[in-house]
Design a protein around this ligand. Structure first.
Ligand code: GN1
Ligand code: MG
Length: 352
């Protein structure tokens, strides 16, 4: 399956082994290694049901890469490699899009956040990315997924699923549906943010889970990767998704909800890491919404998982019956636990 693609990059398939890699829900990823196990490349197939214009991704990455090369030449930028014909995307006979990235030597990624230092390093890297690109006109970026983090759209999609989705599933989810409806004030806050000139549109990564950060051998952050969703956006997307995915000791797949926790020292680490780079760039209004960021993203993900469950798992897929229902409940528990600490977290922010 991969031979033709590797050949297009001038690689002899006989000299490499290909292994599935990573845990993303959307794109498929493989590690290309030498027979002795030395990793050399990362190959990725773009999910075109989600990214309908793969060219837009390639254009964005090229534009960001050349800006960074010019203005911050020391930044390690993880752009895709060209094929021997000079294309940044490789289209195969089945109309599938692939791209190949160099494997960055002496770097590694992790799948779970175990220490506050890891949360700090990651937050610093996502903030650094936005900050280094503060002079880049975000409106030059093409929209790779329209209204991706628009909470109002996610709520509307949830309402549509309640009207048109699987009626058995709707009935069985009534408790969770009611809870998410009660949190609609979070959508109202987002509507206010969109109108508030104190909120800046910036170059935002939009997928800040820990596996999208590269670390060096000393466990220091090197750079961020997976730039497909880099688009103009609000800082609450990146900070919020870090809270969603770093604060709890158990992740979104956890079925034993009592294992979901909100760890205060990890919140402090995210805040210190992010604000250390972005403190002066953020407006006072933005900073006042630092804690809201977590609610915004956890709530959005709960809505997205439940909407998908009610729509028979068409977006995320399901590895077992009710998978997205479990994920949605998991995120709702996380939202409750996070919200219970709102006061404490605001206090922490005021001291940074
Ligand atoms: C998807 O594929 P992955 O895991 O990077 C999704 C994110 C969700 C995440 C939930 C394009 O990301 O928005 O937060 O699943 N990406 C897209 O695990 O929908
Ligand atoms: Mg991703």
């Amino acid at each position: 399956m991969f031979n033709n693609i590797l050949t297009r990059y001038g690689l002899n398939p006989e000299h490499y082994t290909v292994q599935a890699f990573g845990s993303g829900l959307i794109n498929h990823t493989w590690k290309i290694s030498k027979p002795d196990g030395q990793p050399c490349y990362i190959l990725q197939k773009i999910n075109t049901a989600v990214f309908k214009e793969p060219e837009a991704i390639a254009n964005n990455i090229t534009a960001l890469g050349s800006y960074l090369q010019q203005h911050c030449p020391g930044y390690l930028f993880a752009g895709a490699l060209p094929t021997t014909a000079g294309e940044h995307l490789c289209l195969n006979e089945k109309n599938e899009y692939f791209r190949l990235f160099p494997f960055i030597a002496r770097s590694h990624s992790i799948d779970m956040v175990f220490t506050p230092e890891q949360a700090f390093e990651a937050a610093r890297q996502f903030a650094r990315f936005t900050n280094l690109l503060s002079g880049f006109d975000a409106s030059r970026l093409q929209i790779t997924i329209p209204r991706f983090h628009d909470l109002s759209l996610r709520y509307q999609q949830f309402v549509s699923a309640l009207n048109e989705g699987n009626s058995f599933r709707i009935q069985d989810s009534s408790g969770l549906i009611a809870y998410l409806q009660e949190q609609q004030h979070l959508v109202d806050s987002y509507e206010r943010i969109k109108k508030d000139p104190g909120f800046k549109l910036r170059v935002i990564h939009h997928d800040t889970k820990i596996s999208n950060v590269l670390f060096d051998d000393d466990h220091k952050g090197l750079c961020v990767i997976d730039l497909d969703t880099v688009m103009p956006g609000y800082f609450i997307s990146d900070v919020g998704d870090m809270m969603r995915t770093y604060l709890s000791a158990a992740n979104e797949e956890e079925k034993e909800f009592q294992k979901i926790t909100v760890r205060d020292e990890f919140f402090t680490a995210i805040a210190r890491g992010y604000l250390g780079e972005m403190q002066h760039a953020l407006t006072a209004t933005e900073k006042q919404h630092f804690v809201y960021a977590g609610q915004f993203m956890i709530y959005m993900q709960a809505l997205r998982f439940l909407t998908d469950h009610l729509n028979n798992d068409v977006y995320y897929g399901a590895r077992y019956d009710g998978h997205n229902f479990i994920r949605a409940q998991n995120q709702a528990v996380l939202l409750q636990q996070y919200t219970a600490k709102e006061g404490l977290f605001n206090q922490i922010i005021s001291t940074i």
